[in-house]
Design a protein around this ligand. Structure first.
Ligand code: SAH
Length: 386
């Protein structure tokens, strides 16, 4: 068995640098972002478990088996056959080539690439495990999802260690029509200035299923995002469940349960408030987050220096465009009074600033699923301290 692996953490476009920062903060080795915005790092079985358990902003963690050039099927077959698959796949492993994608490459027939890759690995497994070639290789054991990506003739073979994407934390049992992914919510929170001092007031005035509030609480209390879920690697004989269980136990002892937070979610829709409450209960945070049914137009606060994060309807998916425009105008009027608060608003509307009535201090392009959006950032006025 190998002990050190080249690993890749995938993340949504625009989030890669945050994922790399998270990996560095976790103490991972040789963290780097390549010229195609791919985030790589190195680690042992323990780090595979650790990255899956702790990464808040990533989609998944993949094990990089190899990278090599191939412009024809023969080269592809031979190169895949030559790899030490037995270092990863035990006899009986289920190993679908679940994804093949090619970009600007000689080899472009994805189903054919999938079939060749499968054939090469099957043949190698039959050889190393002394199985006859004329008998189908049994695949009834642990699952190893293999992906083959070819970019400008450079082939990358990876095995997914994650299983269900990392945005699935396990607490969101229900959501409304337009939820934000948990890992994107976490990434946005890491872009705000709230995290530096999370005892400040935090408000999501359009909280929907509660994603921002829950992620904020988890972040501030240092709760591992993967604490309540399983990963693909736990069924692999060379990592297993023990590594994860030990890390989860350690994570439990790191939770800062005594920290006092001020997190509130509002939504005009009582159904969403009920859903947010349920999800918060599932996350075990019912004593940490407050919810209230209220229109954002009615929001006011005497508190200073708070942070407001909102993912309002875009007028594309939920409200009609005109309604969204009206809402953005009213948002501007309501939030303007909160002079010392910092506001972060995610929307796909390109006329947001005009409607809101103020130019953002900073804008950041992000993808909410496949939808191109901007995070409009308005920084609060500094409180004078004499
Ligand atoms: N981030 C949320 C989704 C937000 S969708 C999640 O992850 O689930 C936008 C939400 O804004 C919807 O739940 C909708 O009910 C709410 N909303 C629409 N108009 C509103 C208003 N005027 N005041 C408060 N909430 C509003």
């Amino acid at each position: 068995m190998k002990t050190n692996f080249l690993l890749q953490a995938t993340a949504s476009a625009g989030v890669e640098a945050l994922t790399a920062r998270e990996l560095r903060d976790l103490g991972m080795e040789n963290v780097r972002i390549d010229d195609r915005s791919r985030v790589f790092f190195e680690g042992t079985a323990r780090e595979i478990a650790q990255a899956n358990l702790w990464l808040r902003t990533a989609d998944r963690v993949k094990l990089v088996v190899s990278e090599f050039k191939a412009r024809d099927f023969e080269t592809l077959f031979d190169a895949i056959y030559a790899l030490d698959w037995e270092a990863y796949l035990p006899l009986g492993a289920k190993f679908p080539i679940y994804k093949a994608k090619t970009v600007k490459s000689q080899l472009h027939n994805e189903p054919a690439i999938q079939a060749i890759a499968k054939k090469a690995i099957v043949k190698k497994m039959q050889h190393v495990y002394h199985r006859p070639e004329n008998v189908t290789l049994q695949e009834n054991g642990p699952l190893f999802n293999i992906e083959i990506a070819i970019h400008k003739d450079m082939v990358t073979l990876t095995i997914d260690t994650t299983g269900d994407s990392l945005f699935k934390r396990g607490y969101r049992t229900e959501h409304g029509g337009a939820p934000i992914k948990e890992n994107m919510a976490a990434a946005i929170l890491l872009m705000t200035n709230w995290f530096a001092n999370p005892t400040r007031a935090f408000v999501d005035p359009t909280c929907g299923s509660g994603t921002f509030c829950i992620e904020a609480a988890m972040l501030a209390l240092h709760i591992a995002p993967g604490q309540n879920r399983d990963f693909a690697f736990t069924s692999w004989p060379w990592i297993g469940k023990n590594e994860l269980e030990a890390l989860k136990k350690e994570a439990q002892s790191l939770v800062r349960a005594d920290k006092t937070l001020d997190i509130t979610g509002y939504d005009s829709d009582p159904k969403m408030i009920a859903i947010a409450r349920n999800n918060t209960l599932a996350a075990g945070l019912e004593n940490v987050i407050q919810y209230k049914q209220m229109r954002l137009q009615d929001f006011e606060s005497e508190k200073l220096d708070g942070v407001l994060v909102s993912n309002p309807p875009y007028g594309e998916r939920l409200l009609e465009k005109e309604e969204a425009q009206k809402l953005y105008r009213e948002m501007g009027e309501t939030f303007r009074r909160l002079e010392t608060w910092s506001k972060y608003i995610l929307t796909s509307s390109e006329s947001f600033e005009a409607l809101y009535g103020a130019k953002a201090d900073k804008k950041r392009k992000l993808y909410n699923g496949t939808l191109r959006t901007d995070l409009y950032q308005y920084f609060g006025k500094r409180i004078k301290t004499n």
